[in-house]
Design a protein around this ligand. Structure first.
Ligand code: NAD
Ligand code: UPG
Length: 329
């Protein structure tokens, strides 16, 4: 296939780009490199360094030959930040995402895959969260992704654009072959921050809230390995030949913040200093995925089901790249 990947130089996107390249697809990445890294990509992959908002650049790329599909990862993706800058998230994510869909329709792109999110569901009362769980975003970030999902629904109904919305839970880990990993500037995600605390690269990890209605009072999340997410994208690309689809994507197991700290301590063999803090606005107490639908419709099944194994891949990448990309040890 010939595929355009927006945000492909970022954390999740780069793992999917490697998986597509491994199977011989021609991949072009469209990324402004604000969070992405050229070094995260296979050297042979073409990178168009441009803003999604740059309509001329986007039209030029989409007009450059036939595209079998667009995979759309580029977004602002921080729940907490979206609570402070709600309209920025609406315009950047929903606005630019919908313009991208419009451009895909104009250029005759046949398939579209959206990086959607568990943040669509707010604070559900029952777990696991399936595709029939009531949608009620708990943050402007989640709301912005819902808007793109709805635009895709109409793009299919009116223009026949086939799509898959993949609602990831918490992406985690790194390429087991060490070719790509997680390096956000600044880093806000739990696992890389705990690893930095374990390696002595930061003094401690701050735990956002210990008064949630969970067994140990800290938030529970479903950590799904990026390689499993990559395989899910391959499965979704095949599946949408027969129609559009929307899937929840997680490992199906919940882990509290304290569970993750203990896992990093076990895997690294080092203590992790931590300090309790107030809750972070916008954070739901528990998010655990029910992924039966994608399993039954595509045969996808996560290979990483043990948290320590996920953490081990993230730790290995970080130890090989103590300063992130561009500074391999
Ligand atoms: N990381 C997670 O746990 C998680 C969970 C659910 C959904 N998602 C979604 O998956 C996608 C990827 O997440 P990630 O963690 O890899 O994020 P990331 O920030 O690492 O990657 C996003 C990439 O998009 C690029 N980008 C952002 N805005 C752009 C724009 N306007 N124009 C051009 N390029 C732009 C960035 O430079 C970056 O390389 C996002 O859409 C996110 O909402 C992530
Ligand atoms: O320094 C930190 C960072 C995080 N957390 C907690 O750890 C959990 C995970 O947080 P984080 O790694 O920031 O991820 P989320 O906020 O859960 O969001 C991720 O997972 C969502 C899906 O569940 C995606 O939509 C988002 O894009 C992605 O950033 C949450 O309970 C946080 O409160 C801390 O206690 N301390």
């Amino acid at each position: 296939m010939r595929l355009l990947v927006t945000g492909g130089a970022g954390y999740v996107g780069s793992h999917i780009v490697w998986a597509l390249s491994d199977r011989g697809d021609e991949v072009v990445v469209y990324d402004n490199l604000r969070q992405g890294h050229r070094e995260a990509l296979p050297p042979t992959v073409r990178l168009v360094e441009a803003e999604l908002a740059d309509e001329a650049a986007l039209d030029a790329v989409l007009g450059d030959g036939h595209w079998d599909g667009v995979l759309h990862f580029a977004a602002l993706s921080l729940v907490g930040e979206s609570m402070q800058r709600p309209f920025h998230y609406m315009t950047e994510n929903a606005g630019l995402g919908i313009r991208l869909i419009d451009a895909c329709v104009r250029h005759g792109v046949g398939r579209f895959i959206l990086s959607s999110t568990a943040a669509l569901f707010g604070n559900p009362e029952t777990m696991p969260i399936t595709e029939t769980t009531r949608i009620d975003p708990g943050s402007p970030y989640g709301e912005s992704k819902l808007m793109i999902e709805r635009a895709l629904y109409w793009a299919d109904r009116i223009h026949g654009l086939r799509y898959a919305c993949l609602r990831y839970f918490n992406a985690a880990g790194a390429d087991p072959a060490g070719r790509s990993g997680e390096d956000h500037r600044p880093e806000t995600h739990l696992i890389p921050l705990i690893i930095e605390a374990a390696l002595g690269l930061r003094p401690e990890i701050l735990v956002f809230g210990d008064d949630y209605p969970t067994p140990d009072g800290t938030c529970v999340r479903d950590y799904v390995h990026v390689s499993d997410l990559a395989q899910a994208h391959l499965a979704a690309l095949a599946r949408i030949e027969t129609g559009s689809a929307t899937y929840n994507l997680g490992s199906g197991t919940g882990h509290s913040v304290l569970d993750v700290i203990r896992s990093v301590e076990r895997v690294s063999g080092r203590p992790v200093p931590f300090r309790m803090m107030p809750r972070r606005p916008g954070d739901p107490a528990v998010l655990v995925a029910g992924s039966d639908l994608i399993r039954s419709e595509t045969g996808w099944t996560p290979q990483y089901t043990v948290l320590d194994d996920i953490v081990a891949t993230a730790l290995a990448w970080r130890q090989a790249h103590p300063n992130g990309y561009g500074n391999a040890a």
